[in-house]
Design a binder for this molecule. Structure first.
Ligand code: PGA
Length: 252
Protein backbone atom coordinates (compact mmCIF):
# COMPACT_ATOMS: atom_id res chain seq x y z
CA UNK A 1 0.00 0.00 0.00
CA UNK A 2 1.49 3.34 -1.08
CA UNK A 3 1.46 6.31 1.28
CA UNK A 4 -0.42 9.38 0.12
CA UNK A 5 1.33 12.73 -0.23
CA UNK A 6 -0.48 16.05 -0.10
CA UNK A 7 1.85 18.73 -1.46
CA UNK A 8 1.28 22.48 -1.77
CA UNK A 9 2.89 24.36 -4.64
CA UNK A 10 2.79 28.03 -3.67
CA UNK A 11 4.19 29.10 -7.08
CA UNK A 12 5.22 32.80 -7.15
CA UNK A 13 2.75 33.75 -4.41
CA UNK A 14 3.28 35.26 -1.00
CA UNK A 15 4.91 38.20 0.74
CA UNK A 16 6.40 38.59 4.21
CA UNK A 17 3.03 39.05 5.89
CA UNK A 18 1.01 36.45 4.01
CA UNK A 19 3.73 33.78 4.28
CA UNK A 20 3.97 34.34 8.04
CA UNK A 21 0.21 33.91 8.35
CA UNK A 22 0.15 30.80 6.13
CA UNK A 23 3.01 29.17 8.07
CA UNK A 24 1.26 29.95 11.36
CA UNK A 25 -1.86 28.23 10.02
CA UNK A 26 0.09 25.17 8.89
CA UNK A 27 1.73 24.74 12.30
CA UNK A 28 -1.73 24.27 13.78
CA UNK A 29 -2.85 21.38 11.57
CA UNK A 30 -3.58 18.04 13.18
CA UNK A 31 -0.97 15.52 12.08
CA UNK A 32 -1.80 12.14 10.58
CA UNK A 33 0.84 9.43 10.63
CA UNK A 34 -0.40 7.66 7.51
CA UNK A 35 -0.18 10.65 5.12
CA UNK A 36 2.85 12.65 3.97
CA UNK A 37 2.58 16.42 3.66
CA UNK A 38 4.87 18.89 1.89
CA UNK A 39 5.02 22.52 0.79
CA UNK A 40 6.97 24.17 -2.03
CA UNK A 41 7.37 27.86 -1.12
CA UNK A 42 9.04 30.41 -3.40
CA UNK A 43 12.82 30.11 -2.91
CA UNK A 44 12.83 33.38 -1.00
CA UNK A 45 10.75 31.86 1.80
CA UNK A 46 12.28 28.38 2.01
CA UNK A 47 14.51 29.17 4.99
CA UNK A 48 11.64 30.75 6.89
CA UNK A 49 9.41 27.75 6.11
CA UNK A 50 12.06 25.29 7.31
CA UNK A 51 12.41 27.25 10.57
CA UNK A 52 8.70 27.70 11.20
CA UNK A 53 7.76 24.11 10.36
CA UNK A 54 10.68 22.36 12.04
CA UNK A 55 8.49 20.81 14.74
CA UNK A 56 5.93 19.53 12.22
CA UNK A 57 6.03 16.60 9.78
CA UNK A 58 5.78 19.00 6.82
CA UNK A 59 8.49 18.31 4.25
CA UNK A 60 9.93 21.33 2.46
CA UNK A 61 10.53 21.36 -1.27
CA UNK A 62 11.78 23.82 -3.90
CA UNK A 63 9.96 24.68 -7.11
CA UNK A 64 13.03 24.31 -9.34
CA UNK A 65 16.79 23.77 -9.21
CA UNK A 66 19.76 24.56 -11.43
CA UNK A 67 21.26 22.21 -14.01
CA UNK A 68 24.50 22.26 -12.01
CA UNK A 69 24.13 20.27 -8.81
CA UNK A 70 26.69 22.27 -6.83
CA UNK A 71 27.60 25.91 -6.32
CA UNK A 72 28.78 27.52 -9.56
CA UNK A 73 28.84 30.82 -11.45
CA UNK A 74 25.19 30.72 -12.55
CA UNK A 75 23.58 34.06 -11.74
CA UNK A 76 20.04 33.81 -10.47
CA UNK A 77 20.02 30.03 -10.13
CA UNK A 78 19.94 27.83 -7.02
CA UNK A 79 21.89 24.56 -6.79
CA UNK A 80 20.43 21.35 -5.41
CA UNK A 81 23.31 21.29 -2.91
CA UNK A 82 22.21 24.70 -1.60
CA UNK A 83 18.59 23.59 -1.32
CA UNK A 84 19.60 20.51 0.64
CA UNK A 85 21.88 22.61 2.84
CA UNK A 86 18.96 24.77 4.01
CA UNK A 87 16.63 21.81 4.58
CA UNK A 88 14.84 20.95 1.33
CA UNK A 89 14.08 17.31 0.63
CA UNK A 90 12.03 17.58 -2.57
CA UNK A 91 12.15 19.58 -5.79
CA UNK A 92 9.59 20.05 -8.55
CA UNK A 93 11.06 19.22 -11.96
CA UNK A 94 9.24 20.28 -15.11
CA UNK A 95 6.15 22.01 -13.79
CA UNK A 96 4.12 22.96 -16.86
CA UNK A 97 4.58 26.67 -16.16
CA UNK A 98 8.33 26.14 -16.42
CA UNK A 99 7.99 23.96 -19.52
CA UNK A 100 5.61 26.32 -21.34
CA UNK A 101 6.58 29.79 -20.10
CA UNK A 102 10.12 29.56 -18.78
CA UNK A 103 12.00 27.53 -21.36
CA UNK A 104 12.48 24.23 -19.52
CA UNK A 105 12.93 21.75 -22.37
CA UNK A 106 13.16 17.98 -21.97
CA UNK A 107 16.94 18.15 -22.21
CA UNK A 108 17.21 20.85 -19.54
CA UNK A 109 14.86 18.85 -17.32
CA UNK A 110 17.05 15.75 -17.63
CA UNK A 111 19.97 17.83 -16.30
CA UNK A 112 17.89 19.26 -13.46
CA UNK A 113 16.57 15.81 -12.53
CA UNK A 114 20.12 14.46 -12.47
CA UNK A 115 21.42 17.42 -10.47
CA UNK A 116 18.70 16.95 -7.85
CA UNK A 117 19.38 13.25 -7.39
CA UNK A 118 23.14 13.85 -7.27
CA UNK A 119 22.45 15.75 -4.04
CA UNK A 120 19.80 13.38 -2.65
CA UNK A 121 17.08 15.90 -3.39
CA UNK A 122 14.03 13.87 -4.46
CA UNK A 123 12.55 15.03 -7.78
CA UNK A 124 8.80 15.40 -8.26
CA UNK A 125 8.59 15.04 -12.04
CA UNK A 126 5.59 16.94 -13.41
CA UNK A 127 4.04 15.75 -16.67
CA UNK A 128 0.79 16.49 -18.46
CA UNK A 129 -0.90 17.40 -21.72
CA UNK A 130 -2.34 20.71 -22.89
CA UNK A 131 -6.00 21.13 -23.80
CA UNK A 132 -5.16 21.02 -27.50
CA UNK A 133 -3.13 17.86 -27.10
CA UNK A 134 -6.04 16.21 -25.27
CA UNK A 135 -8.48 17.29 -27.96
CA UNK A 136 -6.15 15.83 -30.61
CA UNK A 137 -6.01 12.51 -28.72
CA UNK A 138 -2.32 13.01 -27.97
CA UNK A 139 -2.53 12.67 -24.18
CA UNK A 140 -0.88 9.25 -23.98
CA UNK A 141 1.76 10.19 -26.57
CA UNK A 142 2.71 13.33 -24.63
CA UNK A 143 2.88 11.47 -21.32
CA UNK A 144 4.96 8.72 -22.93
CA UNK A 145 7.42 11.15 -24.42
CA UNK A 146 7.79 13.23 -21.22
CA UNK A 147 8.34 10.11 -19.14
CA UNK A 148 10.58 8.31 -21.63
CA UNK A 149 12.76 11.37 -21.87
CA UNK A 150 13.80 10.71 -18.26
CA UNK A 151 13.56 6.88 -18.19
CA UNK A 152 15.41 6.30 -21.46
CA UNK A 153 18.09 8.97 -21.12
CA UNK A 154 18.91 8.29 -17.48
CA UNK A 155 17.54 4.88 -16.50
CA UNK A 156 14.41 3.35 -15.08
CA UNK A 157 16.25 3.05 -11.77
CA UNK A 158 16.15 6.82 -11.19
CA UNK A 159 12.40 6.50 -10.64
CA UNK A 160 13.03 4.37 -7.56
CA UNK A 161 13.74 7.64 -5.82
CA UNK A 162 11.31 10.06 -7.40
CA UNK A 163 7.66 11.08 -7.38
CA UNK A 164 5.49 11.77 -10.41
CA UNK A 165 2.82 14.45 -10.62
CA UNK A 166 0.28 14.17 -13.42
CA UNK A 167 -0.97 17.67 -14.06
CA UNK A 168 -3.15 18.17 -17.14
CA UNK A 169 -2.29 21.72 -18.20
CA UNK A 170 -5.93 22.50 -18.98
CA UNK A 171 -6.86 21.83 -15.35
CA UNK A 172 -4.18 24.00 -13.72
CA UNK A 173 -5.52 27.16 -12.14
CA UNK A 174 -8.58 27.02 -14.39
CA UNK A 175 -11.12 25.56 -12.00
CA UNK A 176 -11.52 22.70 -14.50
CA UNK A 177 -10.58 19.45 -12.81
CA UNK A 178 -10.03 16.19 -14.59
CA UNK A 179 -12.80 13.85 -13.50
CA UNK A 180 -11.56 11.14 -11.17
CA UNK A 181 -12.00 8.67 -14.04
CA UNK A 182 -10.03 10.83 -16.51
CA UNK A 183 -7.22 11.22 -13.98
CA UNK A 184 -7.24 7.52 -13.05
CA UNK A 185 -7.00 6.56 -16.72
CA UNK A 186 -3.78 8.55 -17.13
CA UNK A 187 -2.35 7.54 -13.74
CA UNK A 188 -2.84 3.89 -14.55
CA UNK A 189 -1.26 4.47 -17.98
CA UNK A 190 1.78 6.10 -16.32
CA UNK A 191 2.12 3.18 -13.92
CA UNK A 192 1.87 0.68 -16.77
CA UNK A 193 4.58 2.50 -18.75
CA UNK A 194 6.89 2.25 -15.76
CA UNK A 195 5.85 -1.37 -15.13
CA UNK A 196 6.95 -2.33 -18.64
CA UNK A 197 10.47 -1.50 -17.48
CA UNK A 198 10.30 -2.33 -13.79
CA UNK A 199 7.23 -3.71 -12.02
CA UNK A 200 8.53 -3.13 -8.48
CA UNK A 201 9.25 0.56 -9.11
CA UNK A 202 5.86 0.98 -10.78
CA UNK A 203 4.05 -0.43 -7.77
CA UNK A 204 6.04 1.68 -5.32
CA UNK A 205 6.15 5.10 -6.97
CA UNK A 206 3.74 7.79 -5.77
CA UNK A 207 1.79 9.40 -8.61
CA UNK A 208 0.14 12.65 -7.53
CA UNK A 209 -2.69 14.40 -9.36
CA UNK A 210 -2.57 18.16 -9.80
CA UNK A 211 -5.00 20.61 -11.38
CA UNK A 212 -7.62 22.53 -9.40
CA UNK A 213 -7.68 20.09 -6.48
CA UNK A 214 -9.91 21.51 -3.74
CA UNK A 215 -11.40 20.20 -0.52
CA UNK A 216 -14.65 19.48 -2.35
CA UNK A 217 -13.18 17.30 -5.13
CA UNK A 218 -10.25 15.69 -3.31
CA UNK A 219 -12.20 12.77 -1.87
CA UNK A 220 -13.30 11.44 -5.25
CA UNK A 221 -9.85 11.92 -6.80
CA UNK A 222 -7.96 10.30 -3.92
CA UNK A 223 -10.37 7.35 -3.96
CA UNK A 224 -8.95 6.26 -7.33
CA UNK A 225 -6.56 3.31 -7.04
CA UNK A 226 -3.61 4.91 -8.85
CA UNK A 227 -3.90 8.41 -7.37
CA UNK A 228 -1.51 8.69 -4.44
CA UNK A 229 -2.28 12.24 -3.35
CA UNK A 230 -2.20 15.69 -4.86
CA UNK A 231 -0.01 18.57 -5.95
CA UNK A 232 -2.12 21.53 -4.98
CA UNK A 233 -1.65 25.08 -6.20
CA UNK A 234 -4.28 27.70 -5.40
CA UNK A 235 -5.92 25.76 -2.57
CA UNK A 236 -2.58 25.34 -0.78
CA UNK A 237 -2.36 29.08 -0.10
CA UNK A 238 -5.07 28.76 2.52
CA UNK A 239 -4.05 26.66 5.54
CA UNK A 240 -7.64 25.64 6.34
CA UNK A 241 -8.38 24.46 2.80
CA UNK A 242 -5.00 22.73 2.49
CA UNK A 243 -5.55 21.14 5.90
CA UNK A 244 -8.96 19.90 4.79
CA UNK A 245 -7.43 18.23 1.72
CA UNK A 246 -4.76 16.66 3.93
CA UNK A 247 -7.46 15.28 6.26
CA UNK A 248 -9.36 13.84 3.30
CA UNK A 249 -6.19 12.04 2.17
CA UNK A 250 -6.13 10.38 5.57
CA UNK A 251 -9.46 8.69 4.82
CA UNK A 252 -8.19 6.62 1.88
P1 PGA B 1 -3.86 24.53 -9.13
O1 PGA B 1 -2.32 24.29 -9.48
O2 PGA B 1 -4.20 23.61 -7.98
O3 PGA B 1 -3.96 25.98 -8.76
O4 PGA B 1 -4.65 24.19 -10.35
C1 PGA B 1 -1.74 23.01 -9.46
C2 PGA B 1 -0.29 23.09 -9.90
O5 PGA B 1 0.01 23.80 -10.86
O6 PGA B 1 0.60 22.45 -9.30
Amino acid sequence: MRRLLVAGNWKMHGNSASVKALLAGLVNLTWQQQVDIAVFPPALFIVEAVQSLKDTPIIIGAQDCAIESKEAALTGEIAASQLVDVGCQLVLIGHSERRLLLGDTDSILIEKFKAAQAQQLKPVLCIGETQQQRENNQTFAVITSQLNSIMDTLSIDVLANAIIAYEPVWAIGTGLTATPEQAQEVHSFIRSLIAEKNEAIAQKIQILYGGSVKADNAQALFAMPDIDGGLIGGASLNADEFGAIYRIAGNK
